[in-house]
Design a protein around this ligand. Structure first.
Ligand code: CP
Length: 302
């Protein structure tokens, strides 16, 4: 495939190849000289129509470590504000002889639409509530570092599943690797038909924590909520918030993950987020190697 639009389209073999390549790049990143010449003469545009800290910086650093030339576009401050369309914006960027587009957009399917109209490689850096494939790949990579093979492992995804592209991409990635998945959250934040994907649903966070090897915790995405959902943030933290004490009291090892940004005091207390259970900053570190692998493998096909 010329693009990475979502995890749904990947095979287990694709995921294994990305994991293996990411490990090789992680080894490179641990050396004194972190830069490799793999993407010299490749030009990549990071095109962000939605806010981002981790994904945008991680892609830019991955591109620089691979020796690609990079340009960065943010919709705020651009001619999108004067009414320029998505396709015109991207075609103007491509006219400057750009080879690959990394795009984040608020509309589900925006990168799929682009893929039908442009020749450059496209990497989806998050499309609305749909998919965030590189986040799921770096999550899988980070879980595998802690647990090895994910087949049969018990993974809980806890929080606002309804608005989460991270949840959907993780479900596809983890199922392809043979993991068992439980989604946990209030009924209003879990889509009604999600069990058709073969996942379990729980509304009891303490029971879910007892069950799982990994708790991947998501934030409440207030910016995507059209109406005021039950529960309020205070109610959410009361019934679904996770504290360090809850994790310490489990009679087992548990891996705590979060894609960021964290709403401290809502889905996680600060002491949980910063505890020895947490691999949250390892996820961020691994994101660079995983994105290097994705960009390298796509460019290698050109
Ligand atoms: N995890 C993630 O996508 O973070 P950003 O929105 O900051 O990129």
């Amino acid at each position: 495939t010329r693009h990475l639009l979502g995890i749904k389209d990947l095979t287990l073999e694709d995921i294994e190849l990305i994991m293996k390549t990411a490990q090789e790049f992680k080894d490179v990143l641990n050396r004194p000289i972190k830069k490799v010449p793999s993407l010299r003469d490749v030009t990549i545009a990071n095109v962000f129509f939605e806010n981002s800290t981790r994904t945008r910086l991680s892609f830019e650093l991955a591109e620089k470590r691979l020796s690609a030339d990079t340009i960065n576009f943010s919709a705020s401050g651009s001619s999108v504000k004067k009414g320029e369309t998505l396709l015109d914006t991207v075609n103007n960027i491509l006219a400057m002889k750009v080879d690959m587009i990394v795009m984040r957009h608020a509309s589900p399917g925006a990168p799929h639409f682009l893929s039908k109209h442009i020749k450059a490689n496209i990497v989806n850096a998050g499309d609305g509530t749909h998919e965030h494939p590189t986040q799921a790949l770096l999550d899988s990579f980070s879980m595998r570092e802690k647990l090895g093979d994910l087949a049969g492992k018990k993974i809980a995804i806890i929080g606002d599943i309804l608005h989460s592209r991270v949840a959907l991409s993780n479900i596809f990635a983890l199922q392809k690797q043979g993991a068992e998945i439980t989604l946990c959250g209030p009924t209003t934040l879990i889509p009604r038909h999600i069990t058709e994907l073969g996942v379990k649903v729980s509304h009891n966070v303490k029971e879910t924590l007892k069950w799982c090897d990994v708790a991947n915790v998501l934030r409440i995405q207030l910016e995507r909520q059209q109406i005021k959902y039950f529960p309020s943030l205070r109610e959410y933290s009361l019934y679904f918030g996770i504290s360090k004490q809850m994790l310490d009291e489990l009679d087992k090892e548990i891996v705590l993950m979060h894609p960021g940004p964290i709403n401290r005091g809502v889905e996680l207390t600060s002491d949980a987020a910063d505890s020895h259970h947490s691999i949250i900053l390892d996820q961020v570190e691994n994101g660079v190697a995983v994105r290097m692998a994705v960009l390298y493998l796509l460019a290698a096909q050109n």
